[in-house]
Design a protein around this ligand. Sequence first.
Ligand code: FUC
Length: 742
Amino acid sequence: MIWYDEPADDWERHALPIGNGTLGGMVFGRIRDERVALNHSTLWTGGPGSAGGGVAGSTGGYAGNWREPRPGVLDQVRRTIAAEGSMEPGAVARLLGNPAYATTGSIPGFGAYQPLGDLLLVIPDAGPVSGYRRTLDLRQGIAGVSYVADGVTFTRECFASNPAGVLVLRLAADRPGRISATIRLACPYGDISINDGKIVVRGVLPDNGLRVEAVAHVSAAGGILSEETDRISVSDADAVTVIVAAGTDYALAFPTYRGPDPHEEVAKRIAAAHEHADLRAEHVADFADRFDRVRLDLGPLPEAPTSQALATYTGERPEDRGLEALYFQYGRYLLISSSRENSPLPANLQGIWNDSSSPPWDCDWHANINVQMNYWPAEVTNLAESVAPLLRFIESLRAPGRITAREMFGAPGWVVGPNTNAFGFTGVHDWPTSFWFPEAGAWLARHAYERYRFSGDEAYLREHVYPLLKETAEFWLANLVADARDGALVVSPSYSPEHGLFTAGAAMSQQIVAELLSCTLAVAQQLRADIVWQSSLARALGRLDRGLRVGSWGQLQEWKDDLDDPDDTHRHVSQLYALYPGDGPVPADAARTTLDHRGDRGTGWSQAWKINFWARLLDGDRAHKLLSNQLQESTLPNLLDTHPPFQIDGNFGAAAGIAEMLLQSHAGEIHVLPALPAAWADGSFDGLRARGGHTVGATWSGGRATEVRIRADRDGRATVRAGDVVVHLDLRAGVEIRQNVR
Ligand code: FUC
């Protein structure tokens, strides 16, 4: 439970997020003017139908998207880099960028994620308020409010149910006849009509003609309900329930990105959602089933309001442990709420929550770290089904990505760059320091492979993972060039995200391509597929620069030439990709030196990444220091991560980092408590997942594991390491083994 003793003032800092993976709300908990800011994850401007965006339904694409032929220009850039060693980002952007961006400041038709509107309640004054409490129950997925006024205890609960596909707000009191409220659904996309207790908004997004429908169904127990032209009022009721459903005709379907009119689905959900008690019970069962899979005990949870626990947090006091565990579970809560097996789109830069029509970075999917980081906790914290919308999204990028690969790179396969939208944007803009990162596709593909590694699902490997890896590898095989310096195969042009010069063979490019080609080859061998092609993969791998060089001051080089500045504290530490999320091996001393120089500060996501790096370097104290910095410097009172502004990747990255401190499984064994900080002397966890299909728990005291618990999905053997102890276990499917560690 996170909780506050005052209502929310500000959407970004105070309001509390709820969501069913698609429909989201930010609950303010205000006493007399309640606001639930609403979102629907598919509500995007841009794409087919928008200005410069082509015709919805045509296959012609839209300006700035995938049709970007650049005959000869890529080679020109490669030749210049080969001759001169590097190029300024601005110079490359002038050649390879999309000029449409320079003139308009945004890509025509790229669009942005839009807010749906607000559920607004005006509640009559019941006199002075005492005992105000605003809560977010992470386990049940319920935002609550309670207070006493005029001797009456008023309560409110709000949740977004995945099984019912609706958001539910309930107002009640401990005395009959005390609930009165005027309820509005403020949604700017269409006209409002009222009938039969329902506020209905039906319209289109002016930008692209996307159809939107939202309904708020108001019902009261007792009292009088009256309908006005644009609102519904209830007076003197025992309780009021508002049920919201919403939809659009968006579909993740290239090239039209349109599906059925939302009306039928929305009407069906509203009609089916009846009894509040049933809806609540169904929601809690669904939510808690996911949440309860992982338990983490580092000490008692904070008793103070969460904002106060955060404000007084130093990381060094014993009572800080509870906030750290809460923050971990909050990351899981946010993933369950923003990404579910049936979500039409993956979690974006703000999950599914946005209150601005021009949100930061369009509230899109940045694929040079951010969207990947959103999914780092999914497997290890036992929320594997949350990855499904990301995997579908990746699939959906392949068709437009093929056109970009062909027209821009003259290459087979598919490609996507550093940002993409809900409409298959696989092209580029031309902001010099952020427009180029074709490695994004390969980085995304690793998530499908990880799905296999955690699940062991051979059919999934054969039918989905291998075709994706293969097509991604085909793109990269065609895009490697022999380096003039040493003949090794390198990526060119290569740009270490948002940093430095364009060169050939930057560390991150090489590490990502090396990882892609090696796992593609490993899977091809395992499946006995494409025997002849396997040898071209093996040959390329043999000649590939691996991007792991130790430089003049002992650092892991970010570029193939030793260009690193020891005073540089840039937030992206891209040269450590192979350390995390990659699987190494990396020169550990050089990685440490790099991290020491980059420092322990940075944007929220940057600090979160560093928790994972230090966990992989088995330095629990340093990982903990980064966690504590993130909580002190990059966390808002509602525990949302701030870049600034609010950006959810840091929440997810930190949850993954905490899991990585407790359990690692990337190196072929199950390593329990690999990076336990001194501050976490005693504790226990259960339910984390290890690759190979294992569910793992552990108890420790005095900084040493005392018991490890393992349950395997399938019969088999596993090697388990805890401290100096290594044991080989024979495991039977579904049977938990409890192993004492001495
Ligand atoms: C990446 C980062 C920025 C920001 C943006 C959304 O490009 O470099 O810091 O997080 O994504």
